[in-house]
Design a protein around this ligand. Structure first.
Ligand SMILES: *Cc1c(COP(=O)(O)O)cnc(C)c1O
Length: 403
C-alpha cells in the first residue's frame, strides 16, 4: 500500500504503547499501578454532565456553526476578560474539537512547506508531529533542567531564521510542570516582538498552578505581543472533560477566519452537546476547578517528596499541571544498570528504565525520551494518594536493587 509521506514520517505515540503494554499486563491479572495518565482522574462535575443531558433532551443535537455556537464564544470572550485580563471580540475566538485540534488546525492554516516552528523541549508529544503533518519543521530547543525547564530569550535568538513562523509556549508545561513567571514572560516578549513570528500559547493547564502563584499569559505583556499571540485553551484539563472534545483559541481575526474555513471543510462543528456542556463549565460554579487544583497540589507534594527519597532519582517541584518529571540519570551509574540496558535492548535510557519498572515494579511510567528528555521519566499524579504511596514504594525497591 502506498501511504502519504506526511503520515509515514509520524511514529505511533509511545505514551500509548506503554499504556497498551500496561493494560495487557493488567488483563493477565498483574496488579499494575499506572502513572501514565494524561488526564484528571476525577469524574466530569455533575452540573456539566446535566447541561449535556439537557442539550440532548432539548434537541440541541444538530449542526451548529462550524466555529461553535455564539453562546459559547461569548462565554470564552468573558473567560479571557475575567481570568486573563485579555480583551477579545467574538470574531477573535473559535471553538475546536479539543485543544489538540486547535493546535492541529492552527498549523494547517499557518505553515507552508519547510516553515519552522520553535518548540522548547521537554515538549508535549503531539506538537512535533502536528507541525510535520502540516509540512513544517519542528525546531527543538532545550529548556534545561538547571533553568527549571524554561527557555530564555538567548535560546530563541540562536534559532530564529527567516523560515521561523512561530514559537510554542506551554505554561504550566506537560511534561515538566514548569510555569513561567510574569518577569520571564516579559523578557521573552521583549525579544519576540522584534521578530516577525507568532507565539502559540498553550494554556490548557492554566488553572492547575500551585504555591499561590498567579498565572500569566505572554499576551499580558503588552499590546504588541498580544497581536502576535494565539492563545489555546480548552475544558479537558480544568473541568476533567477530556472525552467531550472541546478546545478553543483566540487571536488575530484573520487567522481565526482561516481556521473557521478549514474546520467548515473538515470536521465541521465540535459536538453540539459538548459545546452546551462546555458553556456550563465556563459559566457555572468555578469551585470545582479550585477543589481539583487543591487535591493535585497535595498529591504533587507527596509524589515529589517520595521520589526524592529514592537513590539515583532527583525531582524538581513542578509549578503546575499534574506531572512529576524526575531526573533519573543517577540510576545510570548504578552497578546493575548495564544489565537493564542489555535486557530491554533499548537505545534510550528512559525507555529501558520504563520497561524495567513495568516488569520489575509493576508500575507504568512514560519515558522522557518521548518528550525530548532522555534523562527523565514522566509520572502523572492524576491518581490516588494510595496509588502514589504504593507505586513510588515499588519504584524505590526496584531501583535501589540496582545499586
Ligand atoms: C491535554 C493537553 C492539551 C489538550 O488536550 P485535548 O484533550 O485535546 O483538549 C493540550 N496541550 C497539552 C500540553 C496537553 O497536555
Amino acid at each position: 500500500m502506498i501511504f502519504s509521506e506526511r503520515i509515514l514520517q509520524i511514529k505511533p505515540s509511545a505514551t500509548l504503547e506503554i499504556n497498551a503494554l500496561a493494560n495487557s499486563l493488567k488483563a493477565k491479572g498483574y496488579d499494575i499501578i499506572g502513572f501514565g495518565a494524561g488526564e484528571p482522574d476525577f469524574d466530569t462535575p455533575d452540573s456539566i454532565k446535566k447541561a449535556g443531558i439537557r442539550a440532548i433532551e432539548s434537541g440541541k443535537t444538530k449542526y451548529t456553526p462550524a466555529g461553535g455556537i455564539d453562546e459559547l464564544k461569548e462565554a470564552i470572550v468573558n473567560k479571557f476578560k475575567k481570568d486573563n485580563n485579555l480583551e477579545y471580540a467574538k470574531a477573535n475566538v473559535i471553538v475546536n474539537c479539543g485543544g489538540k485540534h486547535s493546535f492541529y488546525n492552527l498549523m494547517q492554516v499557518l505553515l507552508n512547506n519547510d516553515d519552522e516552528v520553535i518548540i522548547p523541549a521537554p515538549y508535549w508529544v503531539s506538537y512535533p508531529p502536528m507541525v510535520m503533518l502540516a509540512g513544517g519543521k519542528p525546531v527543538i530547543i532545550e529548556a534545561s533542567e538547571n533553568n527549571g525547564f524554561k527557555i530564555t530569550p538567548d535560546d530563541i535568538k540562536k534559532v530564529v531564521t527567516n523560515k521561523t513562523r512561530a514559537i510554542v509556549i506551554n505554561s504550566p508545561s506537560n511534561p515538566t510542570g514548569a510555569a513561567y513567571t510574569k518577569e520571564e514572560l516579559k523578557d521573552l516578549a521583549g525579544l519576540i516582538v522584534q521578530y516577525d513570528i507568532l507565539v502559540i500559547s498553550d494554556d490548557i493547564y492554566e488553572a492547575l498552578i500551585y504555591d499561590n502563584t498567579r498565572f500569566y499569559n505572554i499576551a499580558n505583556m503588552g499590546e504588541e505581543i498580544k497581536k502576535k499571540t494565539i492563545v489555546l485553551n480548552g475544558v479537558s484539563k480544568p473541568y476533567s472533560m477530556t472525552g467531550w472534545r472541546i478546545g478553543y483559541m483566540a487571536g488575530d481575526e484573520s487567522i481565526i477566519k482561516k481556521v473557521d474555513i478549514l474546520q467548515s471543510q473538515s470536521t465541521s462543528n465540535p459536538t453540539s452537546i459538548s459545546q452546551w456542556a462546555a458553556l456550563e463549565a465556563l459559566t457555572g460554579d468555578q469551585s470545582v476547578v479550585h477543589d481539583m487544583a487543591k487535591i493535585f497540589e497535595r498529591r504533587r507534594n507527596l509524589i515529589v517528596e517520595k521520589l526524592n527519597g529514592i537513590k539515583g532519582i532527583s525531582c524538581k517541584l513542578p509549578g503546575g499541571a499534574f506531572y512529576a518529571f524526575p531526573n533519573i540519570s543517577g540510576i545510570f551509574r548504578s552497578k546493575g544498570w548495564q544489565s537493564v540496558i542489555k535486557k530491554y535492548n533499548n537505545k534510550n535510557n528512559s525507555s529501558a528504565l520504563s520497561s524495567y519498572l513495568l516488569e520489575e515494579a509493576k508500575v507504568a511510567v512514560v519515558p522522557g525520551v518521548e518528550f525530548g528528555a532522555d534523562n527523565n521519566i514522566r509520572l502523572s499524579f492524576a491518581t490516588s494518594d494510595e496509588n502514589i504511596k504504593k507505586g513510588i514504594e515499588r519504584i524505590k525497591e526496584a531501583v535501589e536493587k540496582l545499586f
